[in-house]
Design a protein around this ligand. Structure first.
Ligand code: NAP
Length: 269
């Protein structure tokens, strides 16, 4: 099994939370039909069956799609059982990218869970292991227990939470960075002056400017849309190259605190 996944060349992934049922399945099918090859789900999203259905309905060959799912908090002590469930629900015999969804340091089980995940990878049930919402101290603990460095960390990043220190640290460690809620869930950033200015200069939409900013800072956005036109727009946005000044201006937007999404305290099982 080829364990290498070139996230840089994939460039963008399709997010599926909080879509469920037929809406999730049809969004995934349509996303694959327009060219997305990386599909992000999680046990906690409770849509793995629908995501699997959507992938099958698209007709894409299994080896041409990257399926990534996540171990939820309540399964940190039930790693094999959780993988079996995800495989069954998705209807596949291996996962491409399997992540720990949140470190949940209050449980103290994530490093042990990662060690268990590595055994399942050796059995050929998973191609690549990653994490999500991990801070350097969590990566240190995984590495000291297992000697392993996750291939990818999926974290919250948008122009209002750009987390440059964490990004630099992940890059220093050779860990690919995926951005969740890359558009800040379609919020007020679309009206920010530097975003509008970059959009006007390139003849693109504000959301496309934000996705182009992600590529410029080296993050792989995992973006969701239930709208056909917007799915296409988002896919094409990652080919737009912003100027260094445009990137700097967007990065200089005021920063919000992580608040409830701080991985040191966030408790989501
Ligand atoms: N690892 C984690 O802890 C974690 C946490 C949260 C999310 N995620 C993952 O990250 C994915 C993306 O995050 P998200 O879904 O919260 O937020 P998002 O992708 O930043 O934003 C999605 C919202 O933006 C709108 N949108 C998308 N493209 C647009 C465009 N071109 N123009 C205008 N509006 C647009 C969508 O509306 P329409 O549908 O109407 O287009 C939707 O309301 C999730 O689906 C999930 O897979 C991971």
């Amino acid at each position: 099994m080829n364990t290498q996944i070139d996230f840089e060349s994939i460039g963008i992934g399709f997010g599926t939370s909080p879509l469920k049922g037929d809406e999730a399945a049809s969004a995934v099918t349509a996303a694959i039909e327009v060219g997305y090859t990386l599909i992000d789900t999680a046990s906690r999203y409770e849509n793995e069956e629908a995501v699997g259905q959507g992938i099958r309905d698209s007709g894409i060959a299994r080896h041409d799609v990257i399926i990534q799912t996540k171990l939820r908090g309540r399964d940190h002590g039930n790693v094999r059982g959780a993988l079996e469930q995800s495989l069954t629900k998705l209807g596949v015999d291996y996962i491409d990218v399997w992540m720990i969804h949140w470190p949940l340091p209050m449980l103290g089980l994530y490093a042990q869970a990662y060690e268990e995940m590595a055994k399942l990878q050796e059995e050929g049930l998973v191609r690549t292991l990653g994490v999500s919402n991990f801070l350097p101290e969590h990566l240190d603990e995984v590495e000291s227990r297992t000697g392993l460095v996750p291939v990818v960390n999926q974290i919250q990043i948008d122009p209002g939470i750009h987390r440059s220190d964490l990004r630099h640290e992940l890059t220093r460690r050779g860990i690919a960075i995926q951005a969740w809620s890359p558009l800040s869930k379609g919020g007020e950033l679309f009206d920010a002056e530097p975003v509008k200015a970059a959009a006007n200069a390139h003849g693109i939409t504000p959301s496309q400017a934000i996705l182009a900013w992600h590529r410029a800072i080296g993050t792989i956005p995992i973006v969701r849309s239930t709208n056909e036109e917007r799915r296409k727009q988002n896919l094409h946005a990652v080919q737009v190259t912003l100027s260094p000044e445009e990137v700097r201006a967007i990065s200089a937007l005021p920063q919000r605190p992580l608040g409830e999404w701080d991985p040191a305290t966030h408790d989501e099982r």
